[in-house]
Design a protein around this ligand. Structure first.
Ligand SMILES: C[S@@+](CC[C@H](N)C(=O)[O-])C[C@H]1O[C@@H](n2cnc3c(N)ncnc32)[C@H](O)[C@@H]1O
Length: 228
């Protein structure tokens, strides 16, 4: 292996945007990893600490609104290698997890061949009818910021579109300050105002905090949305 996956991601992302095909680079990157050209990207088996915290809080409270899945339906957007989706399945959520990259879905199925999670190829920008309004919990961690800003409106509509009435969405992204310029390469981080704009169309902002989980370098937005 000759290079870092994140250098390749920058290069592929910039080129895909310049070519007017801004969603092309994810499968290019995952396929390069599948061939062994670079290490697997976003490689972790543990859940994101903010998801783990949210589910632990729910398990402790045993409320209907939080955590413990109790067979309710969850979806993980841009699931990558499945750390979050496997966690939700262990917590009792009937879990679907999708990624735009077929190579990513191959990698996660290879990693968890006996998983109860429904792993599938899917595009947040073009939700299939069976995913629309189907989920009590939507987990969206770092995919909005991986999508070029020209796709943001459609991506946001996708997040909203997954939520069932009464459902909750947990959205986690790296903080971009108002005075911090956008980069040419991914990730294209979100400001507070851009995070707030994820609410709308019947989906309400429940909370938006800036947090720094232990061991992390970059402050994160942690947002909870609900569809009443
Ligand atoms: C930054 S990675 C994060 C992966 C995972 N959520 C994690 O935290 O480890 C973003 C993932 O979203 C996927 N992705 C990008 N655009 C997508 C889209 N429109 N629909 C579904 N998945 C997408 C990419 O292939 C990639 O696996």
């Amino acid at each position: 292996m000759t290079r870092d996956w994140d250098d390749l991601a920058d290069e592929l992302g910039v080129r895909a945007v310049a070519d007017g095909e801004p969603t092309r680079w994810y499968d290019e990157l995952w396929s390069a990893a599948g061939r062994g050209d670079v290490p697997l990207p976003w490689d972790h088996t543990d859940p994101h600490p903010l998801l783990a915290e949210w589910t632990a809080q729910g398990a402790a409270e045993r409320t209907a609104e939080h955590g413990d899945g109790g067979g309710r339906r969850a979806v993980v957007v841009g699931c990558g290698l499945g750390g979050d989706s496997e966690h939700l399945a262990r917590e009792g959520w009937r879990t679907t997890a999708f990624d735009i990259s077929p190579a990513a879905v191959t990698a996660v199925r290879d990693r968890y061949p006996d998983s109860p999670v429904d792993y599938r190829t899917g595009d947040l920008l073009e939700l299939t009818p069976d995913l629309r309004g189907a989920f009590d919990l939507v987990v969206e961690i770092y995919t909005l910021q991986a999508l070029h800003p020209s796709l943001r409106e459609r991506a946001v509509a996708g997040v909203r579109g997954l939520l069932a009435p009464g459902g909750t969405a947990l959205v986690v992204q790296v903080v971009r300050r108002d005075d911090q310029p956008r980069t040419a390469e991914p990730p294209w981080l979100l400001t507070r105002a851009e995070m707030e704009a994820v609410a709308g169309d019947g989906v309400e902002l429940a909370s938006l905090d800036e947090v720094l989980p232990a061991g992390r370098v970059n402050p994160l937005w942690r947002m909870l949305l609900t569809r009443p």
